[in-house]
Design a binder for this molecule. Structure first.
Ligand code: ADP
Ligand code: MG
Length: 697
């Protein structure tokens, strides 16, 4: 067959049909994460029951049994563990681990499809069976007893399974209740923190008001002091005046006495009386003035001491408020750290790799809708198809059930989708690496989900602008608690395993060498010559996203007029520092719009387009292998096999949270591509990556 296979297609085919590399992969199918159901079983209409991934269930169980304070450790040790099916021991030695990873993705079954219990196939036959085959035909009694033994052994198995089943159900219920209580605790803490925040704000306002009052009082006191000084000066000037008048009077009196002696009595008597009157008047005026001044001085002194007492009281209040403000700020910081820890526990309980399925609405002029049933509450999507039976006579109904962490029906808005990932975005600010992918065939709504339509505003804004908006708003709030954040944005695309900087205009003729490198063992992975632009506001980032949109390479295929044939990777590096508390954190938020996952045959591509397709399929397959290797805790994770995983390796390990959107086109002609995408996604969903730790210092 000339047909180029999609990653999934490659993965799902039998070893004999695969190319050499694929053969190695499916060879080790039993060892890896993805098991293949028995052919025909997964498509049976009667087997629509959906199962949680085995590892996720294991995680829940271990969480339940562990004491609350040990829970994180326990989950860390159990996460990613998957019991080997007994059949393994019967298989021959396998290829090296990295090769097995390939097989795990390649040969794995769809998650929703029913798996035949491995234990049932590998259980040794009851001991009597061998004997039965040797019994002569006439030994009916012997045969009967063999049969009875068999029956009782089966009954025993059924009883055991039922007990296990009941225990598992109880444990799942306990885990659910615990998750619920954690959620409540989380929201209670958030409420408490917002109360404390309100208190702090009101204290700060009070302090400001009191400081202003205090300032006013101080000014009034100063004014009164100045007035008092003026009056004291006036008083002493008047005293001097009175004294000089007294001197004049005593001179006049002595003159009078001299005149009396000269017998000029009449004139002297008249002048003496006049001078005496003047003297009396002056004395009275002086006394009155003196009294007034003294009382004014007393009043002013009283005012001044009152103002001083008030000012001291206010100062004391300010001191107390400042103290309590510092205490509240401490509490707020502690609350913030607690919230981060709790938030992380919540996300870990939900799983560090989560898969959301989003079905695009029918576009104008769309064909008949493919039949699928979505139950958002149950997080399930079932693809249903009527096909001719093998003998070609009757129509058979085939059901393909899948279960994810969330299923968004076509009518879901961008806001509804974002509300489910906003917890992850918050995690990026808290210091955890976060990576979100959009996977699906061309035209299924990947770019719409990640970026939104051309106009980056309003209801239709995609996940990237919304995430950026949330990050800047949250960083602004955290500034009140002493956190300072610095952001650096980069935007690139990987086309045919070649990196292009989307923040450099296409018109620039210069060809650059872009190399993925880690500057030092502790440094993060960077691309040489790539533009890393410091940004400080949402608007600045939106300008960059628009520029990248214009520069993104597009080519015409038969599937979609403007199909994107490259992976685009938007990264926001976040560095937070709280100098007062001497804590800092850094993380990378990566939002990836993957290239279309459709098979070559459908797009009927040749030449360059065929090369593109091969490169896309190889990198998508490798992405699956990386998830699988991480989940099975392989010593070797094939990050370097393609540029995409090499670039994102810091965001795909244990210290990260990953979200994959699987985008589905609803048209009937996209049925098989949808089925492939859902199968790939459900394999990813079975992976559980180890407990994340914040990049905090
Ligand atoms: P992809 O990136 O997977 O190739 P696009 O995001 O370009 O697909 O989507 C193809 C078309 O479908 C675009 O015209 C887009 O606007 C539209 N579309 C996709 N998802 C939705 C949705 N949820 N609601 C409305 N229109 C959508
Ligand atoms: Mg696109």
């Amino acid at each position: 067959m000339d047909e180029e296979r999609s990653p999934l297609r490659q993965l799902n085919e039998k070893p004999t049909e695969l190319e050499p590399a694929e053969f190695m992969l499916s060879d080790c199918q039993d060892e890896g994460e993805f098991r293949r159901p028995l052919p025909g079983k997964e498509q049976s209409a009667g087997q629509s029951s959906l199962r949680q991934p085995a590892k996720k269930r294991l995680l829940d169980q271990s969480d339940d049994k562990a004491p609350p304070n040990k829970r994180k450790m326990v989950s860390a040790s159990v996460v990613g563990f998957k019991p080997r099916p007994p059949v393994m021991s019967q298989r021959p030695a396998v290829n090296p681990v990295y090769k097995t990873s390939a097989a795990t993705v390649a040969g794995g079954p769809s998650r929703g499809a029913m798996k035949k219990p491995v234990a049932a196939t590998s259980k040794p036959a009851p001991s009597g069976v061998g004997a039965a085959s040797r019994r002569p035909g006439w030994d009916l009694k012997g045969k009967m007893s063999d049969m009875q033994m068999k029956v009782s052994s089966y009954q025993e198995q059924v009883r055991n399974t039922k007990t296990q089943n009941r225990e598992l159900r109880e444990e799942a219920e306990r885990a659910r209740r615990e998750l619920e209580s954690l959620r409540e605790e989380h929201s209670a803490l958030l409420n408490k923190m917002s109360d404390v925040q309100c208190k702090v704000t009101s204290y700060q306002e009070q302090i400001q008001t009191i400081s202003q009052e205090n300032q006013g009082l101080r000014e009034r006191g100063d004014r009164a002091q100045r007035e008092l000084e003026g009056l004291t000066l006036e008083h002493s000037a008047l005293l001097n005046k009175m004294r000089s008048i007294g001197i004049v009077i005593s001179c006049s009196v002595s003159t009078l006495r001299v005149l009396e002696k000269r017998n000029d009595l009449d004139t002297a008597a008249v002048r003496g009386a006049a001078l005496s009157d003047i003297h009396v008047c002056f004395c009275r005026a002086y006394e009155m003035e003196n009294q007034e001044l003294s009382s004014l001085k007393r009043t002013l002194e009283m005012d001044l001491s009152r103002e001083r007492a008030l000012s001291a009281q206010r100062l004391q209040e300010v001191r107390e408020l400042t103290q309590s403000n510092a205490e509240q700020t401490d509490k707020l910081h502690q609350g913030e750290m607690e919230r981060r820890a709790l938030h992380n526990t919540l996300l870990e309980l939900k799983g560090n790799i989560r898969v959301f399925c989003r079905v695009r609405p029918l576009l104008d002029g769309g064909q008949q809708q493919s039949s699928f049933e979505i139950q958002p509450q149950d997080k399930t999507i079932v693809l249903v198809k009527t096909e001719e039976s093998h003998i070609g006579k009757e129509k058979e109904l085939h059901k393909y059930p899948f279960k994810f962490d969330h299923v968004f029906p076509p009518q879901c808005s961008q806001q509804q989708v974002f509300s489910e990932i906003s917890l992850l975005v918050q995690s990026a600010l808290d210091g955890y690496n976060v990576c979100s992918f959009a996977y699906g065939q061309t035209g299924s709504g990947k770019t719409y989900t990640m970026e939104g339509p051309d106009v980056l505003a309003g209801e239709e804004m995609g996940m990237i602008p919304r995430a950026v908006q949330q990050i800047f708003e949250a960083a602004c709030k955290l500034r009140e608690q002493g956190w300072e954040y610095q952001f650096t944005a980069s935007f690139l695309e990987i086309y045919n395993e070649t990196i292009r900087d989307l923040l450099v205009s296409n018109k620039t003729p210069k060809k650059m060498d872009y190399e993925i490198k880690r500057a030092s063992p502790t440094a993060d992975i960077r691309v040489t010559n790539l533009k890393y632009i410091p940004v400080s506001s949402e608007e600045e980032v939106l300008v960059l996203i628009k520029l990248a949109k214009q520069n993104r390479s597009t080519a015409r295929t038969q599937v979609n007029d403007v199909s994107s044939r490259s992976h685009s990777v938007f990264q926001l590096r976040i560095e937070g520092k709280n100098a007062a508390r001497d804590v800092s954190c850094n993380s990378i938020l990566s939002l990836v719009d993957l290239a279309g996952s459709e098979r070559v045959q459908k797009s009927q591509s040749t030449g360059d387009r065929l090369k593109e397709m091969k490169s896309i399929n190889a990198s998508l397959t490798n992405l699956g292998l990386v998830f699988s290797a991480l989940a099975s805790k392989d010593g070797f994770v094939p990050y370097r096999n393609c540029k995409l995983t090499y670039l994102l390796q810091d965001c795909l390990g244990g210290n990260s949270k990953t979200l994959m959107f699987v985008n589905i086109s609803p048209e009937i002609e996209s049925f098989s591509e949808s089925l492939n995408s859902l199968r790939f996604a459900s394999k990813v969903n079975e992976c559980v990556i180890g407990t994340a730790t914040a990049n905090r210092k």
